[in-house]
Design a protein around this ligand. Sequence first.
Ligand SMILES: NC(=O)c1ccc[n+]([C@@H]2O[C@H](COP(=O)([O-])OP(=O)(O)OC[C@H]3O[C@@H](n4cnc5c(N)ncnc54)[C@H](OP(=O)(O)O)[C@@H]3O)[C@@H](O)[C@H]2O)c1
Length: 325
Amino acid sequence: MKAVVAQGYGPTDVLKVMDVPMPEVRDDEVRITLQFSGVSQADAMMRKGTPKFARLFLGLSKPKNAIPGTSFAGIIEAVGQNVTQFQVGDAVYGETSVSFGAHAQWLCVKADGLIRKLPANLELENVATLCDGPLTAYNFLTELAHLSSEQSIVINGASGSIGSAAVQIAKSFGAHVTAVCSSANVQWVKSLRADVVVDYQTQDFTQLNTSYDVIFDTVGKRNFAQCKSALKSHGQYLSPVLTLPLLFNMLFSHFFSNKKAKFTPTGLSPIPKLHQQLAAIEILMQNQQLKMNIDRRYSLNDIQAAHEYVDSERKKGVVLLTINP
Ligand SMILES: NC(=O)c1ccc[n+]([C@@H]2O[C@H](COP(=O)([O-])OP(=O)(O)OC[C@H]3O[C@@H](n4cnc5c(N)ncnc54)[C@H](OP(=O)(O)O)[C@@H]3O)[C@@H](O)[C@H]2O)c1
């Protein structure tokens, strides 16, 4: 089969499309003919091998699992003999997390992992990346922020994968949403139902003489110190981008401040919790309260171009690989 192979850590040309053996399905696995996979910031970080301490888990000099890619959607083509919950022909989507392997024509995953049947009235291409932006946004807004309809939230990076999902999910909870993006994306972010849109190229949301219950910096461009004065007295700063200063601020604010800084690695949450969250996200999509924006589509052969676009930090929603069209 054709698969992307990462020949080391580094720029986009470490990724090559090669012929590799098709994976054998084990007793507790299903084999999926992949139709779509996302290319995310997390995929770009894994390609670069950053932050460097992550190489302790990913592989010291090159990735342990040479085939990258985590989010997937496709059709089950074979089931292991112990699998009861899926059948050949089921349309499914999910996430392989640190097992990777989704940038390929076929993929084997454990049937009790993060894999779900395509819900009624939804398309495979729209659920292929649910485990990236929407799941992360939902996890942060519920487990960390406990966001409610009485609260106000700033979402920085509102045009990105996590940010655009966060705006829509926060609105579905009835919160007052201030979305922050560049001039080019103001109109689109308004269409996601944000109450206020701040163009960061002309205004600084921390200097508007307004205070918020939650500041969710989805792209890690503003730190806790910069945001603290714009938080209400028990406000929270959340970011999915882990840095040493954020780690320090989490520890310090936990013990010594009413205002808190928080981070969590969504992909490491227990699988039943993630299934529960995805079930809620599917309902939001079925009710049209959450729409995915597929910014660009690439073929497997164009994997380097897809990564270059993700590296630009300008993507609007998600970037999709179309496989086995
Ligand atoms: N902790 C977790 O569980 C978890 C899970 C998934 C991902 N992540 C991490 O979360 C981060 C964000 O991921 P993502 O997929 O949402 O990113 P993304 O989709 O690549 O973000 C792109 C967006 O960032 C915006 N942006 C760039 N510079 C900005 C700035 N200075 N201020 C405000 N917005 C800016 C751009 O909007 P404009 O063009 O309008 O500037 C663009 O739309 C990544 O670092 C990823 O690794 C963490």
